[in-house]
Structure formats: structure tokens, C-alpha cells
Design a protein around this ligand. Structure first.
Ligand code: Z15
Length: 830
């Protein structure tokens, strides 16, 4: 090892092997890492060795920035944003970090000179799938924007040993395979074995006298240790690198010894297994809550570790917990970490001997809460029985918070008993349950929804009583997505074109600058560039689908894409009904002139959600019949892309022509896939739901295919007595499409297979698919006509990209900074 390499040598010199960014330095560092960290040399390195060496080479360059950022933040004494989330769906790190470091091109050249297959190296990375869908991916976009905007921030979550399952499709059905993402090692994280905190479970509480005051002691029957694993999160084009700190659960060593000494070896091992189970696996449900004991353990585990860590930092810096809320603001990503409200109270009162009032003052000025759903089945509650058994001390604290809160309500609404029952933290009606959304609301100084429409509905429905009491606490922050991953990494051709048009790459940090594309919307030469870019992306996707899924699709056809978790409210089956209707029209009239389309679906179903799994089976079954029918398969193709995740998604966004955002109005809180597609130039067919409303406002009504009943109209329909089967009586094509499914045409004659799905639509239809069918079909016909006029289509596509600036997650984070967190940038310098 050369001198320069030895620990202790100066870091930060631009010629340093661990920090330099030139091609020669990167090559040198790569070979060095391959040798010293992997014990390999160029001639024998496998693709995975190459990936690891590349990752370490990049990480070295991030660590330098990370340390300097930490120093700068510490000296600034600025407030730190702590984003508490049970999920972080980061996606592959390597490409994203190369982009943010600004060394993608030079690394590609360095790789070429070393004879490496750069794309194959990128392909090696197992993505950290520590999230289900929108909520987890949003957290990852926000980490990217926080670092890019130079905001002191820490992401706190769980280091699941198994992330979201891998999806296989066998005989058209979803099959789940466990996600062993850590098997080959994770070069992006740094274990912090000395950073560990105890977390208690079970047992009972006792009171005791202390300095003339009554205090409470919690005697648990299980103590779990949370260990920190840190991942640096680098901003784009800045030197700031923030921290993502994930907790892994272990049995404390001392416990093993205790049991071992008393001879209970088996018991000791059991306790170890029980402890380690906590961070074993991510719950694979996107919206509905399972209410499982282990899930509550996970939530409390990471909330407690994170708060203990903040308290450690606060005491280290200030020596006192007074003013804690001025140094930290904690954003609760949904109710999953809401237990933190009670846990901070416990830590302040029991562990740091504070009185209730000052502790409550700190607590309610520390937390802010984001709600992500209105679906009643997704609102988290825990039975008092389970909660009290697992977290006896926290139950006492929740009761005390509730007692004091209800006194306030009683005074404010002068004994309105019905309202008090509705607002209580305890639902007395359903076997006594703790309402986590109420705990989060009572414990927060700010509550926000994730799109305008959603935030309004939060105020008028699920949290109406709270809005009546504290209107000033309610906000909206419309979601956004990061252009670094969803344009630059996934669509480099578009990125190049945008940089050319804007004159520089300033749009990457200020997406409003894309407005300068508007004058090009009618430029014939630019249309040619646009078409070439889109066609190339579609060819790439077609190649990928051929290699990975084994299907052939024609890049000349309209790519009509719906990818997202499979859920009835998202109405993938409405899309299928359209496909079946097109199929029947073509069968009845083979020469009918329809725009040739390729329908692409993708998404995972929660393993226990049978209807969602049946929808996947239906898509694959319809695909099988249509793709094999020579009468139509030159004009209709249906593809189900298996294992939809961040990595696979990146192939889709650039290639889509039409983005399906067809949820039942009022059900999708925001949606974020809608943004990823539109900023890549896909046109949207969508309902007035979530952020679709704002996307349409921005891109213009004439550049968006709106359809469907409004949330209000649907509500009225439902109130009047919705009878879906009657809709079929006057809609011949709808009846016929449902009959065709029921006939067994798509199930080799089996009339039973899809019966639950068809009958559910005919007799229940909770998400009002049939009510919107005709409006959807009409709009799809217009889509087909518009597709026939490429000039018009391209114009709309260009205007979509030009006007999507609002949906950069940088804008969302600026909104949070100004409206909620009250924090400012703290630039780090190298
Ligand atoms: C989730 O992904 C979302 C909401 C939830 O309550 C849970 Cl548990 C998971 C999604 C919303 O469905 C989606 O509309 C939104 O865009 C996303 O969160 C991010 O806010």
C-alpha cells in the first residue's frame, strides 16, 4: 500500500486516491479497491467483483463529503430534519451516485479503458427494496432532495434483512420469492457497532419515590438492541451528503450471558432469535394494515432507537434537552412511526426525569405528521390488549395524553359527547383500539396531506373534528419525485436533449426552467429530435422485454402503461375491460381501423390479497389469448412485466406513450407514478384524483385525457343506491366483456376461475369500475385518434415535460422547509 492510502493520511486533496475524480485516479482507485477489499485482480474479477470495486470507489468519494457535511452541520447548530419512515425504497445506488457526484461520463471512460462492461456492472446491483410502493419511494426521493437542497437531515428507518419480495409469474399467477438483498454484501452501508440502544418489550410497570416525586419504572421481559447502519445520501451537484440511519435488531450480549450462566442455554438462544426477528422482514402490504404484533414491535423498535439517537446528539451538543424541538423536527411518514409521540414523552419523563408539562411542550413542538391515505381499512389501530401487553408503559402514557386532550375538547365543544367519542385516541366501539392517526395528530404541530385534493379531504373527512379544533395546524404539501433518478438516470437521452434546449443543466436543480421548451412545441426540427429520442427508448424497452420476459412488442405501436401496486381502487381491471372490448371489436370487424397498442402492466399484489392476485392472473390470461390470436396480434399486445421495482421501472418511464392513472376518484391520495410518466413525456389518461388534478392544471386541460365521475358524483351515486348490474343492461359492450371473462375464454374453459372477480364487479363494485367504464372507453377512443396525428401528439408530449416543474421533489421539500420545518440550507464545502 502506498503512503497515500494509509488511514490517517490527509483526506480531501484532489489528487488523493480515495477522493480524486479524474479518469486516471478512478482507474487507480478501482484497481486498488479490487485488490485490497475484494482480494482480486482485473483478469479474474467476476462482474460482481467489478460492481463491488466500483461501488467502493464511489463510496470513498462520498465519505469525504459526508464527514465534511457532518462537521459543517455541527458547527452551524442548525435544526435537523428527521424523516421517520418504516420504508425507504431507494433503488440501485451506483448509477444515482455517479450522477450526483458528476462522474458518470468519466467513469464510463475509465471503465472502457480497463476493459470493463460498464452496463453489466450497473446491472449487478441488487436494489435495496425496503419499501412497498409510493410511500417508501417518496421517502427516497425526499432524501435525494434534502441533500441536494443542502438541508441538514437524517432518514431513520429499519434495516430489514428481507425487503419487498421478488415477484415471479408462474402460469399467470404471482409467486413470491424472498428478497435476499444482503446475500452478496452491501457496499453502501457502514455498520456502527458502537451506536446501539436498548428497546424494551413486555413486562410491567412500577411506581417509586424519587426526590419526593412519584416516578415510573418499566420492568420489561425482553430487551432488544438496535444497532445503527449508516448509508450516505449525496446531493446532486453539491458537496452535501446526508445520513440514512437504519436500525437492525439484535439480542444484547449481556442477556445471553445471564441465561447461559444460569444454564438456560436454549432460552438464551430463543431470546436471541426473538430479538432478531424484529428487523427480519418488511410487511408486504401497501395500503391495508395487518395489525400483527410483530409489526407493532417494528414500529416501536425503530421509533425508540431513532429518538434515543436524537437525544444523544442533543445532549452531546447542548448538554440539555431543553430546546430539543429547536434542534430537531421529526416528520412522521404516515402513522407507522406515530408511537414516537408517546415514546418521546416516556424518554423525557422516565429516563430524563422531566415533568409532564415541559415534556409535552417539547413533544408537540417536535413532531409533524403526513397522512397518505383515506382508505378506512388502511387507518392504523392497535387493540388496547395487544398494545398494553407489548408496551405497558406506553399505554399508560397514551391514556394520560388522551385524558388531558379530551379535557381540552370537552371545554372547547362544551361537552359534545359524540364528538369526544369520535376524537378520542381510543376507539371504544370496536373492542377498544388505539387510533394511531389521532395520536399522531394530537402530538404534532403540523398535519399535511400529499396533494391538494387529498389535503382537503383529510380536513373534511377523517380528521374533520381535529380541523375544527386546530385549523391552523393543517397544510398541504403536494408530493414530488426526483428528476435525478427519474430523468437523468433512467432517461439519459431526454436529459441530454433538455440540457441542449436549456443551454445548460440548470433544469436538474430547477425544473421550472423546462418552461423554456414551450416555444419548441411546434418546431419541426425539434419534433424530429423528440421522436428519435422516444423511439430509441421504446426500442430499448422492446429489447429488454424480449430478453427478460420473452415477449415481442413493436416499438411503432402506442405503448400504454399501467404500473403500480395491484389494488382494486387503482382499477387495473378497468384497463383490462377496455382491452377486452377492443379485442371484441376487432374480432367482430377484423378490418376495423384501430391504433395498434401495446399494453404493459406491472405491479405486486400483497401476498394475502386474493382479489389483487386474481387481477394479475386475469391480465396474464387475457395476454395469453390476445397475443396468440393472429387476427388481432398485429394491433393488440398485452404484457405483464414481472417484478416491478425501481430498477425495472427505469426501463419503462422513458418508453411510455400513455400513462394510466385511473383510480376511483377520491381514493388515490396523490400518486407519484403519474409524475414520473408525465415528466418523461407520456400523456396521461386519468381521473380527477390525487395529484392528477394538479398535473392537469399544470400541463393544461388540452394536453391531458381526463375521464370519469368526480369524487362527489361517485359519492352521490353511492348514496342513491349504486346498482352496477343495471349499468350492464344498457351498455352492451360492457356486458359482453364481462360475459367473455365469465365464459372461460381466458381460462381454458374454466368458468369458475374469474367468477369472484366478475361477480364482485356486477354486484358490489366497491370502486365503481362499471360506473366509469363508458367514459373511459370514449376517452380511449380519443387517445387513439390523437395518436394518429403524431405532430399533435408530440406537441402535447413536449408541453407535458415543459410544464412538470412543480412535481420535482425539490419543490415539495422547499414547501416542507418553508411551511412546516422552518429550516434553511447549510451548504457544505469540500
Ligand atoms: C402507500 O404507498 C401510500 C399510502 C399509504 O397509506 C401506505 Cl400504507 C402506503 C401511498 C398512496 O397510496 C399514494 O397515493 C401516494 O402517492 C404515496 O403513498 C405517497 O404519498
Amino acid at each position: 500500500m502506498s503512503d497515500m492510502n494509509r488511514p490517517g493520511s490527509a483526506v480531501g486533496e484532489s489528487d488523493h486516491i480515495r477522493t480524486g475524480l479524474s479518469k486516471e485516479q478512478l482507474k487507480q482507485a478501482y484497481i486498488d479497491n479490487l485488490f485490497y477489499l475484494l482480494g482480486r485482480f482485473l483478469e479474474v474479477a467476476t462482474p460482481h467483483d467489478s460492481y463491488m470495486a466500483a461501488a467502493y470507489t464511489v463510496r470513498d468519494r462520498m465519505l469525504d463529503r459526508w464527514i465534511k457535511t457532518a462537521r459543517t452541520y455541527k458547527a452551524s447548530q442548525a435544526r435537523t430534519v428527521c424523516y421517520l419512515s418504516a420504508e425507504f425504497l431507494l433503488g440501485p445506488h451506483l448509477a444515482k451516485n455517479l450522477i450526483n457526484l458528476g462522474i458518470m461520463e468519466v467513469s464510463r471512460e475509465a471503465g472502457a479503458e480497463l476493459g470493463l462492461d460498464f452496463e453489466a456492472i450497473l446491472e449487478q446491483e441488487e436494489e435495496p427494496g425496503l419499501g412497498n410502493g409510493g410511500l417508501g419511494r417518496l421517502a427516497a426521493c425526499y432524501l435525494d432532495s434534502l441533500a441536494t437542497l443542502q438541508i441538514p437531515a437524517i432518514g431513520y428507518g429499519i434495516r430489514y434483512e428481507f425487503g419487498i419480495f421478488d415477484q415471479l409469474i408462474e402460469d399467470g399467477w404471482q409467486v413470491e420469492k424472498s428478497d435476499v438483498w444482503l446475500r452478496d454484501g452491501n457496499p453502501w452501508e457502514l455498520p456502527r457497532p458502537k451506536l446501539r440502544f436498548p428497546v424494551r418489550f413486555g413486562g410491567h410497570t412500577e411506581t417509586f419515590q424519587d426526590d419526593g416525586r412519584v416516578r415510573v419504572r418499566w420492568i420489561p421481559d425482553l430487551v432488544v438492541e438496535g444497532r445503527a447502519y449508516d448509508t450516505p445520501i449525496l446531493g446532486y451537484g453539491v458537496s452535501n451528503a446526508n445520513l440514512l440511519r437504519l436500525w437492525s435488531a439484535h439480542a444484547p450480549e449481556s442477556f445471553d450471558f445471564q441465561a447461559f450462566n444460569t444454564g438456560d442455554y436454549y432460552g438464551a438462544v430463543h431470546a436471541k432469535v426473538e430479538a432478531e426477528t424484529i428487523s427480519k422482514v418488511l410487511y408486504p402490504n401497501d395500503e391495508p394494515q395487518a395489525g400483527k404484533e410483530l409489526r407493532l414491535k417494528q414500529q416501536y423498535f425503530f421509533a425508540s432507537c431513532s429518538l434515543q439517537d436524537m437525544i444523544r446528539l442533543q445532549l452531546g451538543a447542548a448538554g440539555t434537552l431543553e430546546g430539543f424541538h429547536e434542534k430537531f423536527v421529526v416528520q412522521l411518514n404516515d402513522t407507522h412511526p406515530a408511537i414516537a409521540v408517546a415514546e418521546l414523552m416516556r424518554l423525557l419523563i422516565d429516563e430524563h426525569r422531566m415533568d409532564w408539562e415541559p415534556a409535552w411542550e417539547i413533544t408537540r413542538r417536535t413532531f409533524a405528521f403526513t397522512n397518505h391515505t383515506l382508505l378506512p381499512e388502511a387507518l392504523e389501530t392497535w387493540t388496547v390488549a395487544l398494545f398494553g401487553r407489548l408496551l405497558p408503559r406506553l399505554l399508560e402514557i397514551v391514556y394520560e395524553i388522551n385524558r388531558r386532550f379530551l379535557d381540552k375538547v370537552r371545554m372547547h365543544f362544551l361537552g359534545d359527547e359524540a364528538r369526544i367519542a369520535r376524537m378520542s385516541l381510543i376507539d371504544e366501539g370496536h373492542g377498544r383500539r388505539i387510533r394511531m392517526a389521532h395520536l399522531a395528530t394530537v402530538g404534532s404541530f403540523a398535519i399535511n396531506g400529499v396533494a391538494e385534493m387529498h389535503s382537503e379531504l383529510v380536513k373534511s373527512t377523517i380528521l374533520k373534528d381535529f380541523h375544527d379544533l386546530w385549523p391552523e395546524r393543517f397544510h398541504n404539501v403536494t408530493n414530488g419525485v426526483t428528476p435525478r433518478r427519474f430523468i437523468i438516470v433512467s432517461n439519459p437521452r431526454l436529459a441530454r436533449l433538455l440540457t441542449e434546449c436549456c443551454g445548460d443543466d440548470g433544469w436538474v436543480r430547477d425544473m421550472d426552467r423546462l418552461r423554456s421548451l414551450e416555444p419548441l412545441a411546434d418546431d419541426v426540427g425539434f419534433h424530429e429530435d423528440w421522436r428519435r429520442m422516444k423511439t430509441a427508448a421504446k426500442r430499448d424497452l422492446a429489447d429488454w422485454l424480449r430478453r427478460r420476459v420473452g415477449v415481442n412488442v413493436d416499438p411503432e405501436t402506442l405503448f400504454d402503461v399501467q404500473v403500480k401496486r395491484i389494488h382494486e381502487y387503482k382499477r387495473q381491471h378497468l384497463n383490462v375491460l377496455h382491452i377486452i372490448t377492443l379485442y371484441e371489436r376487432l374480432k367482430a370487424e377484423p378490418n376495423r381501423d384501430v391504433a395498434p397498442r401495446t399494453f404493459v402492466f406491472g405491479g405486486k399484489a400483497a401476498p394475502g390479497y386474493l382479489m389483487a392476485k386474481l387481477i394479475i392472473k386475469l391480465i396474464n390470461s387475457v395476454a395469453e389469448v390476445i397475443n396468440q390470436d393472429p387476427q388481432v396480434n398485429d394491433r393488440l399486445r398485452v404484457v405483464f412485466m414481472p417484478d416491478f421495482n425501481v430498477k425495472n421501472a427505469q426501463h419503462l418511464y422513458p418508453a411510455a406513450d400513455l400513462s394510466e392513472q385511473i383510480s376511483m376518484a377520491g381514493k388515490e391520495a396523490s400518486g407519484t407514478g403519474n409524475m414520473k410518466f408525465a415528466m418523461n413525456g407520456a400523456l396521461t389518461i386519468g381521473t380527477l384524483d390525487g395529484a392528477n388534478v394538479e398535473i392537469r392544471e399544470e400541463v393544461g386541460d388540452e394536453n391531458f385525457f381526463l375521464f370519469g365521475h368526480t369524487a362527489e358524483q361517485l359519492q352521490r351515486l353511492q348514496a342513491e343506491g349504486y346498482r352496477p348490474w343495471e349499468i350492464c343492461n344498457d351498455r352492451f359492450e360492457l356486458r359482453s366483456a364481462l360475459d367473455l371473462i365469465a365464459s372461460g375464454l381466458f381460462s381454458h374453459g374454466d368458468k369458475e376461475l374469474f367468477r369472484p372477480l366478475v361477480e364482485n364487479l356486477l354486484y358490489q363494485d366497491p370502486f365503481m369500475v362499471l360506473a366509469d367504464y363508458e367514459l373511459y372507453l370514449d376517452r380511449q377512443t380519443e387517445v387513439s385518434h390523437a395518436w394518429r396525428d403524431p405532430k399533435h401528439w408530440n406537441r402535447m408530449s413536449i408541453l407535458n415535460v415543459a410544464r412538470m416543474g412543480k412535481f420535482s421533489s425539490d419543490r415539495s421539500i422547499r414547501d416542507y422547509c418553508e411551511r412546516i420545518w422552518r429550516v434553511r440550507p447549510v451548504p457544505a464545502e469540500l
